[in-house]
Design a protein around this ligand. Structure first.
Ligand code: SAM
Length: 248
């Protein structure tokens, strides 16, 4: 089933979708356990979802349109935030995102799926840690962004309480987290810089410990290492113009 969906055009963003059906390497949990992953947010994970959503909405309120989510998954966040387009290697996830009204395509974030400068903002929501090649995906995000475009990352950082819990699960071979690599805040900052981004804003959320998250929490400005969820907004580094030597 994966890789079999067609890719309807979505205006400018849909003009160049070469390779969108040549997808390989779908991570098993997002192929076989897509519905289970999605359902968690309706049950035990509902207040977590609303807390993360609030933090993402706060940071992206004035981010330029149109919006793309790389690793759109089931489209739960994309739909709630108003993200118009998404890509994901799992056809099952893409199918779910489409039923939520997101213009989603089967594809990997590393692929050149869209024209240069097609989007105002690119989101990666709890996806960075599942990428086999985060540098390539961030560089591709930079390429498809307009010069004044933004990237918004929703992160489970290694040093946070949720990151630590999931890191332990990963080490024990958990069916989702064994595929993840959790990054520290400094590592994310380096990855962004290598792809040509500069952090402009950081918001932290999810301070209730894992398993005891019952309330929808207000996000706090800045980076807090005891937060379970961190949202980073970054823009492109200004392109350095070569100095033209004056001819006297
Ligand atoms: C934890 S899920 C997050 C889904 C969604 N963003 C959410 O928050 O509900 C991570 C997603 O990343 C996708 N993914 C994995 N590797 C990817 C890649 N190379 N390019 C784009 N998406 C990828 C997976 O298929 C999965 O749907």
């Amino acid at each position: 089933m994966d890789g079999a969906l067609t890719t309807p055009a979505c205006g400018r963003a849909g003009k160049h979708l070469a390779g969108a059906s040549r997808t390989r390497g779908v991570l098993p949990p997002f192929k076989d356990l897509a519905s289970e992953y999605d359902r968690w947010f309706d049950g035990d994970g509902h207040s977590v979802f609303l807390t993360e959503l609030r933090a993402l909405a706060e940071v992206s309120a004035h981010a330029p349109k149109p919006w793309l989510e790389i690793g759109v998954g089931s489209g739960r966040f994309a739909h709630a935030l108003g993200i118009e387009a998404g890509v994901d290697p799992s056809a099952k996830m893409v199918e779910m995102a489409r039923t939520r009204g997101v213009n989603a395509f089967v594809g990997r974030g590393e692929q050149r799926l869209f024209d240069e400068e097609s989007f105002g903002t690119v989101f990666l929501i709890t996806t960075l840690c599942f990428l086999s090649s985060p540098r390539s995906v961030l560089k591709e995000a930079r390429r498809v962004l307009a010069p004044d475009g933004k990237i918004v990352l929703g992160l489970l950082l290694r040093e946070g309480p949720w990151g630590q819990l999931y890191e332990r699960k990963r080490e024990r071979g958990h069916r989702f987290y064994r595929y993840a690599s959790f990054y520290s805040f400094d590592e994310v900052s380096d990855l962004l810089a290598q792809a040509g981004f500069v952090m402009e804003r950081v918001v932290s959320a999810l301070f209730e410990p894992p398993g005891r998250s019952k309330h929808v929490e207000e996000p706090r400005e800045g980076y807090h290492s005891d937060a379970g969820f961190t949202v980073v907004l970054a823009g492109g580094q200004p392109v350095r113009r070569r100095r033209v030597r004056e001819v006297m």
